[in-house]
Design a binder for this molecule. Structure first.
Ligand code: PA5
Length: 463
């Protein structure tokens, strides 16, 4: 397939990076584990447990979202996603990749009538109040997204923005709200019924960080004019390529296997470094996917075992002037994955300039040269690296890339022998926040926590 997203792993091999690398034999030795993982993943899929693997085929649902967005968009100017984590990062990744880099500053004509997008994914008071300074609620559609329907950050921002909306538009405020949540459970589902809100469902078998191809990610993409059908078609293409238990032929399994081998070779840090601003959001999305899915405490015959590679994001060429010194000469504890784009949307030439070597060359050539130079420098210094290349940043390529990384996470979960689909650590933090903020049912926990906090606050350890 000429338009395929590809994984090049040459520079992870001893042949290129010397004894810091892995060998084809080591990879092939994982074949049995991969076959087992493949079998387990497809069994779970059949049992309806891995809903994210069904999403590439939900073309009819995507068509409906696309049509609804086309119809509703002319009534609004802004689309605000109110969500956090898996209910925000995929939206940002798609937006950065597939829309103009300064999308919100374009006139309506430049946006072809589609909406500006804001994703205020934090409860920083200045951040939220700043948003209300720049949007007119009368011209804004708010998409409140929470699978659980109870995440504190999401609900707090929702209540604040809803109040402002109600003040401005009165009883018709509900025409400005779309809710994306569980089909039956949670506060938001109750609100949908009580307040007659338009709603969309997050399938119960799709976890937050795997939900970019559900209405969670698709609504904001459609309202900003992204071709979401093509996104799903790209994911289908990757799904077909990965329907193969041969480790050397299945890019998702191969990526997981390489990361797994390096993890146990004392390389727990996994850097994703796009040489493309458009793909920086993917590195951020992947950071959550990889961290929350694979960072786990697990029980091995009564002993607690802690595993999980630490994902790090960097941007080429920008971080050549920030991180690359560390990557090239610092501790031998990293594996770098470059995201490489073969063809950019535009070609920008540096004008001829006083016989300067840069004159007449393009930024495209310069960025590519910097990418190649960094890859070569790392390789020469025995620093293992991989490259995932996209022919162009298109909806199909994005579908392939995101799906490949989701599936790789599932394979990695099997290899590490952990559950990649839960997040008890995140849940613990959520429960403690509920208690500290006085949510009903958490009263006992609240006083217990306050006593614990008081202990560390009693003595002054500040400098
Ligand atoms: O991947 C996950 O499950 C989490 O990161 C969630 O997406 C995040 O905590 C937000 O949860 P919710 O969508 O329930 O508000």
């Amino acid at each position: 397939m000429s338009d395929a997203v590809k994984l090049n792993y040459a520079n992870s091999l001893t042949e290129f990076v010397g004894d810091q690398g892995i060998t084809i034999e080591e990879l092939k030795a994982l074949q049995q584990k991969i076959s087992k993982a493949h079998e387990s993943i497809h069994r779970q899929k059949k049992e309806g447990k891995l809903g994210f693997m069904e999403l590439p085929y939900k073309i009819e649902a995507a068509k409906k979202i696309k049509a609804a967005a086309k119809k509703a968009a002319p009534k609004f100017e802004n689309f605000v996603v109110i969500g956090i984590g898996g209910s925000a990062l995929g939206n940002i990744a798609l937006q950065q990749a597939l829309r103009h880099p300064y999308w919100n500053l374009l006139e309506k004509k430049g946006r072809k009538g589609f909406l500006k997008l804001f994703v205020p994914d934090n409860v920083d008071p200045d951040f939220i109040s700043g948003l209300t300074d720049v949007i007119d609620p009368k011209k804004t559609l708010f998409n409140v997204i929470s699978k659980s329907g109870s995440t504190a950050e999401c609900l707090a921002n929702y209540f604040i923005l809803k109040k402002i909306l109600q003040k401005k538009v009165g009883k018709k405020y509900n025409e400005h709200i779309l809710v994306t949540t569980d089909a039956a459970k949670g506060y938001l589902r109750e609100a949908v019924v009580k307040e007659n809100l338009v709603s969309f469902e997050v399938p119960s078998n799709v976890g937050g960080r795997f939900s970019v191809m559900t209405p969670v990610g698709l609504l904001s993409a459609a309202f900003t004019g992204i071709d979401i059908e093509k996104l799903l078609i790209g994911a289908q293409q990757m799904d077909n390529r990965c329907f193969n238990d041969d480790i050397m032929q299945n890019p998702a399994a191969l990526y997981a296997a390489i990361q797994y081998l390096f993890y146990w070779k004392k390389r727990p840090l996994s850097v994703m470094m796009p040489y493309s601003n458009a793909l920086y959001g993917v590195a951020d999305w992947y950071r959550q996917l990889w961290a929350e899915s694979l960072g786990k405490k697990t029980d091995r015959n009564g002993d607690a075992v802690f595993v999980g590679p630490t994902p790090i994001k960097a941007l080429g060429a920008t971080d050549q002037h920030s991180q690359v010194q560390l990557y090239i000469e610092g501790p031998q504890d990293k594996v770098i994955t470059f995201l490489s784009v073969e063809k950019f949307g535009k070609t920008v030439k540096v004008p001829a300039y006083d016989k300067h070597y840069l004159g007449g060359r393009s930024l495209n050539e310069l960025l590519k040269a910097e990418e190649k130079a960094t890859r070569l420098a790392l390789t020469k210094e025995g620093r293992p690296n991989l490259t995932i290349s996209l022919p162009e940043v298109t909806p199909e390529a994005m579908g392939q890339l995101l799906y490949m990384l989701e599936l790789a996470t599932a394979y990695a979960g099997e290899l590490f022998d952990i559950n990649a689909f839960d997040q008890p650590g995140v849940e613990l933090g959520k429960q403690l926040t509920y208690a500290l903020m006085g949510r009903a049912g958490y009263e006992d926990k609240k006083s217990e926590l306050e006593t614990e906090l008081a202990k560390s606050e009693k003595q002054d350890y500040t400098a």
